[in-house]
Design a protein around this ligand. Structure first.
Ligand SMILES: Nc1ncnc2c1ncn2[C@@H]1O[C@H](COP(=O)(O)OP(=O)(O)OP(=O)(O)O)[C@@H](O)[C@H]1O
Length: 345
């Protein structure tokens, strides 16, 4: 079902007429965290469940690599204006799903939409222009650019990048000036302004994560997908990064993030989606997830550390005794065989 194309929150019209956000303008909604949680309060904890106001809707998306099915999601809705944590063991398909939703990869089957508009077959730039962006880890190439240059790269997809506009120097310069001003505003907000001329590669792990987030905000997104925003960050910066993620929601953005640290997931998520072997195996409020058996099994395997039931104890004991008996019989029979061979010489 197409979502309401006029999202609530701090949305301003973009030059091309599509809705945009004004992330630096500050919050205009009362207590967005409560609003997001209240909206999801009565939603059942079921895989594929409908959300009251979905920003993103995924249907029958599959992606295979050779014989491996990396993603196979039947139906998934992401609530607008909330923080959704996407978790799952290594290789569950989280990054592949991010890549698909943001145009960096193409699926074998399936469709997905943002505000009711199909995003399949669009390039990453087109998806970003519509308001859906993802963070990327600072690659080697980007490490050799300055912090400010990285930020200006994040502005790609805005009007100044278009070939025709580039031919009109005035427009280009005005856009470049606006981009630089926006970049500096964001760098101040993320406390990286003093580093603007430093090579990005010289930043600490935490500062890199801040830069990745700041860069994603350059295109004034409505949906931000953060890939492991806390990975490699020292504890001193963790709280500051968490604060920045919460701020995105305060400004009316929809946030989806991949994270392995369950404390972080519980702290900032309004809703959690769990993937394993390409599928969504559970979704619900953060507290529901750690009690979900499918989730525990997916993370720890069937034989996790939980105490054995009496039946399991009996079964494992019987199996051990049978194995010991078989071993003993094996030893006896090979011993007999040796003796028979010796006697026959
Ligand atoms: N380009 C590719 N070519 C081949 N296999 C791939 C490719 N990209 C991902 N895969 C495989 O698809 C599966 C899902 O990978 P993906 O990176 O999406 O998982 P993930 O949940 O993000 O894992 P992690 O938490 O370890 O980052 C894995 O088995 C991975 O090896």
């Amino acid at each position: 079902m197409p979502a309401d194309p006029a999202p609530h929150g701090a949305h301003a019209a973009r030059p091309d007429g599509t809705p945009g956000t004004t992330p630096l303008a500050g919050a205009t909604r009362a207590e967005p965290r409560r609003e997001a949680q209240a909206a999801l309060r009565d939603v059942p904890w079921e895989v594929g469940v409908a959300k009251p106001d979905p920003a993103i809707v995924v249907d029958h998306v599959t992606r295979t690599f050779g014989g491996l099915t990396a993603v196979s999601v039947d139906h998934l809705e992401i609530q607008r204006g909330g923080i959704t944590g996407l978790i799952g063991p290594n290789g569950a398909g989280k990054t592949t799903l991010f890549n698909l939703l943001t145009g960096f990869d193409q699926p074998n089957t399936g469709t997905w939409s943002f505000n009711g508009r199909e995003l399949g077959k669009l390039s990453p730039h087109q998806v970003a222009r519509l308001g859906v962006v993802r963070t990327f880890q600072l690659t080697k190439a980007l490490s050799r650019l300055t912090v400010l240059q990285n930020m200006l790269l994040g502005a790609q997809g805005q009007s100044g990048e278009s070939f025709l506009r580039a031919l009109v120097p005035g427009t280009w310069r005005a856009q470049e000036k606006a981009n630089t001003e926006r970049a500096m505003d964001l760098l101040r907000r993320f406390k990286l302004d003093a580093k603007k001329d430093d090579f990005a590669g010289s930043l600490s792990g935490g500062q890199r994560k801040l830069l990745e987030m700041a860069r994603a905000l350059m295109s004034e997104p409505q949906v931000v997908m953060l890939d492991e925003p806390m990975a490699g960050v020292n504890p001193a910066l963790t709280q500051s990064l968490l604060g920045h993620v919460k701020d995105l929601r305060e400004e009316g953005m929809t946030v989806i993030f991949v994270e392995h640290d369950m404390d972080v997931v519980r702290d900032i998520s309004d809703w959690v989606v769990v993937m394993a072997a390409g599928k969504v195996i559970a979704e619900g409020a953060p507290d529901s997830i750690s009690q979900n058996k499918a989730v525990v099994d997916a993370y720890l395997g069937a034989h996790h550390d939980a105490p054995l039931t009496e039946d399991e104890e009996d079964r494992f004991l019987a199996e051990d005794q049978a194995a010991a008996r078989a071993q003993r019989e094996d030893v006896i029979s090979s011993d007999q065989g040796r003796r028979t061979r010796r006697a026959g010489r």
